[in-house]
Design a protein around this ligand. Structure first.
Ligand SMILES: Nc1ncnc2c1ncn2[C@@H]1O[C@H](COP(=O)(O)OP(=O)(O)OP(=O)(O)O)[C@@H](O)[C@H]1O
Ligand SMILES: [Mg+2]
Length: 258
């Protein structure tokens, strides 16, 4: 019996590692034929997911790269233009496109493997908060526990920063809370802004989605923030959920394993 259970245990460990977005090795198919079948099915799934992720990243990197060259050319041609009004308008468009390409490129880079390190979540959040103008924003950070975990520090910081940046755009009060939970830890970020209608909770995680597209165009926001955030959190084996905050705005609840 032990001989049959060992490969199953291995499967569960490797599946969990892979589910956290970490690279996991192929499973060796040993044991009873049902267990061999399961291991083979897992290996096939792992190969397909890896191929899919690589294709997606390669495509985005390729498109971003290809678009940069004509954009640089357009910038040069622009300087020769006589019509000042048209020049200004085109300049704005080109700058906006450049900013978008930059964010796609950093989106792709975020998928390049960053080493796993020990993380003190309290400190990571304090590092983000300390750059916020305390005259403009009321920020309350409630540390119910000290949370130590492991993960990719830059990515996690980026994920949390994206949510906080959104809140700073729409509100002037932020409430951040971290605590231990049964299966890991919980991070809650709430604001007193206009929030997001229930029916759009899933939409805002889609790349390029905005509730206010005209604003996005003006400010060069690409609508990738939350989609990047969710990718990062899921790759750490966690999940993010949106709801209404008692402060009136958006409540983002992030659950992470520790
Ligand atoms: N705290 C919030 N309050 C109200 N609306 C929000 C909040 N956070 C996000 N949204 C809405 O969700 C949309 C998607 O957010 P997301 O961060 O993915 O993109 P973005 O902020 O528009 O662009 P980017 O983050 O790439 O600069 C936003 O455009 C906004 O309409
Ligand atoms: Mg954003």
């Amino acid at each position: 019996m032990n001989k049959q259970i060992r490969p199953l245990k291995r499967l569960s460990i490797i599946a969990e590692t892979f589910g956290r977005g970490l690279d996991a090795p192929e499973l060796k198919a040993t044991g009873a034929s049902e267990i061999k079948q399961t291991a083979n099915a897992f290996n096939q799934m792992r190969t397909r997911i890896k191929r899919f992720l690589k294709q997606r990243t390669d495509m985005l990197a390729g498109v971003s790269h290809d678009l940069r060259t004509p954009l640089t050319r357009m910038k040069l041609q622009l300087s020769l233009l006589k019509d000042e009004k048209a020049k200004k308008e085109l300049e704005l468009d080109i700058n906006e496109m450049t900013a978008m390409l930059d964010s796609y490129v950093s989106f792709v880079r975020s998928e390049a493997p960053e080493p796993i390190e020990n993380i003190n979540l309290n400190k990571l959040i304090k590092d983000i908060i300390k750059n916020i103008d305390s005259k403009k924003y009321g920020i309350n950070f409630l540390e119910k526990n000290i949370i130590k975990t492991s993960g990719r520090p830059l990515q996690l910081k980026r994920a949390i920063q994206n949510i906080i940046d959104n809140s700073l755009r729409y509100s002037d009060k932020l409430n951040i809370e971290i605590l231990l939970s049964n299966d890991g830890c919980i991070l809650i970020i709430e604001d007193n802004g206009p929030g997001i209608p229930d029916k759009n909770y899933e939409d805002v995680f889609k790349p390029f989605f905005s509730l206010d597209p005209s604003r996005n165009k003006l400010k060069g926001e690409s609508g990738l923030g939350l989609s990047i955030t969710r990718d990062i959190i899921r790759s750490h084996g966690g999940e993010i959920k949106l709801s209404k905050s008692s402060y009136g705005g958006l409540k983002s609840l992030i659950q992470l394993p520790i």
